[in-house]
Design a protein around this ligand. Structure first.
Ligand code: GH3
Ligand code: MG
Ligand code: MG
Ligand code: MG
Length: 312
């Protein structure tokens, strides 16, 4: 399953990671009680290559944010059902939407009222006579900055893999999707063997490089739909949606072999590092917690059986 890894420098950079992904269009949610205004916003933003979701009803906003996961919300201020200010306040009460900027787009020209609106949770305030190219620029600049920010928020800084919180969150969503569709989902917990000795013998910086080398192998070899996270210290969690357990454990074993073969550098010589892994599989009714616990039990077995092995 695993492609051979070119032995390149183990420096991981965020740009590099971002470049591997095709740039996706910005996803915009436009909220305005005027159909004509929504039509105009749609035309302008879509014309700039963005994906636009629209609603005239503020009451739909939370649902649409949940469903369409917009990266930015453009919010009218004066609407009959609920004002833009109130809507922004409600959005800002949901921590899961903290990373989503809100731009007010309104006829209101009073600086004071604009400030009040922004204090309710808006990030910017544009008046409705803003030229289209300026609106596009404002949305683009804001979306780009927040995309970058979200990358840092969801990733572990040493390896640039998903951080613990994000891994568990996304695993949760993947489990729900796989359970719905009756798809396979396999989860592997990986733990580097005798890592304390690596640190003791070669120093923590070398230890960090060892962790990065495993992250890199995983990133280079994992199938596209895999969720790869740094679970903690020298532990990694990999969720493989749509992959049957036998195939998954064969993949993890291929990673194990590549990792062991990778020449680690320390004390002016090379050495080998190994890991143990436990693999568990989703069965009907299993929770995220139980799936991870089962992988952990298998990992414990792998350690007890002598390490440098994968237990399913
Ligand atoms: P085992 O084979 O049983 O897993 O042995 P181990 O030595 O790997 O056991 P343990 O999990 O107890 O040790 C993990 C060590 O990893 C402890 C900690 O000092 C080290 N560690 C955790 N995070 C980092 C890190 O980011 N960088 C480095 N260099 N070391 C780390
Ligand atoms: Mg209005
Ligand atoms: Mg450990
Ligand atoms: Mg360990």
């Amino acid at each position: 399953v695993a492609r051979p890894l070119p032995l390149q420098k183990l420096v991981v950079r965020l740009d590099e990671l971002l470049d591997q992904r095709r740039p996706e269009p910005f996803r915009v949610l436009a909220v305005d009680d005027s159909e004509a205004m929504l039509h105009w916003l749609d035309k302008v933003l879509r014309g700039a290559g963005m994906e636009v979701f629209k609603t005239r009803s503020p009451l739909d906003v939370l649902l649409m944010m949940e469903r369409h996961r917009p990266e930015i919300v453009i919010l009218d201020v004066y609407m009959p059902e609920c004002s833009g200010n109130e809507m922004a306040h409600i959005i800002r009460q949901q921590p899961r939407f903290d990373g989503i900027p809100i731009i007010f787009f309104s006829t209101e020209i009073s600086r004071n009222k604009q400030l009040v609106a922004r204090s309710m949770g808006g990030d910017d305030f544009l008046v409705k006579d803003t030229p289209p190219e300026e609106l596009v620029a404002a949305v683009t600049i804001t979306c780009e900055r927040y995309r970058r920010l979200r990358q840092w928020m969801t990733r572990d800084s040493l390896t640039l893999l998903l951080n613990h919180t994000t891994l568990v969150e996304q695993l949760d969503q993947a489990i729900q999707a796989c359970a719905r569709n009756g798809d396979h989902l396999t989860f592997a917990m990986i733990d580097i063997d005798h890592f304390k000795s690596v640190n003791d013998e070669y120093g923590h910086l070398t230890g960090d490089y060892v962790i990065q080398s495993l992250a890199r192998i995983l990133r280079h070899t994992a199938p596209g739909q895999a969720l790869i996270g740094r679970y903690g210290g020298e532990e990694f969690g990999i969720a493989l949606p749509g992959i049957a357990p036998v195939l998954a454990s064969r993949y993890i074993d291929a990673v194990r072999q590549q990792f062991r073969a990778f020449p680690q550098n320390g004390n002016n010589a090379t050495f080998q590092a190994t890991f143990s892994a436990g693999v568990s599989t989703l069965t009907p009714g299993l929770t995220t917690q139980q799936l991870m616990e089962n992988a952990d039990l298998a990992l414990y077995q792998a350690k007890r059986n002598g390490r440098n092995q994968v237990v399913l």
